[in-house]
Ligand binder design. Structure first.
Ligand SMILES: [Zn+2]
Length: 235
């Protein structure tokens, strides 16, 4: 079969043997793949290191296998390296590893995930504060994967009132009446649920409008997302 040309973000890079690398690629079309780039670290090949660095967006060719496993990836060319500095670079790496952990290596339409992360790489330098970026991207990936958070009605009885509790196991809000039957549910101010709703809806390229998230709110939002991860994402 001829190789397929793809565009992808490098979520993770591991040096392999003397001159090769293994990369986890989030493609814009065919899902997430693990790829072997043979000999790219061999200086005689004159491949710029940015073409196989974590965080780079590249175009390359993949020899797609019938069965799951390492794909052979060739001719990587840099499309965008994002070139983030200091704290921005730390946040970017954190989000890439989050995406790598959450998104399974399989074939699916990965365009929404690719677009989300590509845009995130572009907007991080303009963001006034890192917290909104971290919350939005983490929440959006979970939602795109179908894990929630589901915030419109109680996940036990369907009520739309008194939604003051959150269960990571159920993936969203639980009402006051039902919380006693859900030992995993914890109390959450209703306005914090509104903030989760807000982050689920705004486009990532508008994230710079959120200037700041106070400590108490940030801790609660993180707790909601972390609890979903704890119950639904395996390491
Ligand atoms: Zn209920």
């Amino acid at each position: 079969m001829p190789p397929t040309r793809i565009r992808a973000l490098i979520l993770k890079k591991i040096n392999f043997r003397e001159t090769s690398v293994i990369v986890h690629l989030l493609t814009d079309s065919i899902g997430k793949i693990s790829g072997l780039m043979k000999g790219v670290r061999n200086p005689s090949k004159k491949i710029p290191p940015l073409a196989y660095q974590q965080g780079s967006c590249i175009e390359c060719f993949v020899y797609l296998r019938q069965k799951p496993g390492l794909e052979l990836v060739t001719r990587p060319e840099i499309i965008e390296s994002f070139n983030l500095q200091q704290e921005d670079a730390v946040l970017w790496r954190k989000l890439l590893l989050t995406a790598d952990k959450f998104i399974p290596a399989s074939r699916f339409n990965s365009k929404p995930f690719f677009d989300l992360l590509f845009t995130t790489g572009c907007v991080i330098p303009q963001a006034k504060n890192q917290r909104p970026v971290e919350i939005l991207v983490t929440e959006r990936i979970l939602f795109l994967l179908g894990f929630g958070p589901f915030l419109e009605k109680c996940l036990v009885c369907g009520s739309e009132k008194h939604l003051n509790f959150f269960s990571g196991k159920l993936g969203g809000v639980v009402c006051v009446k039902c919380q006693s039957g859900e030992p995993t549910a914890f109390r959450l101010p209703e306005k914090h649920i509104q903030v989760l709703k807000f982050f689920r809806k705004i486009p990532v390229n508008q994230i710079s409008m959120v200037k700041y998230i106070p400590d108490g709110l940030f801790i609660n939002l993180k707790k909601c997302l972390d609890e979903i991860v704890r119950y639904h994402i395996t390491d």
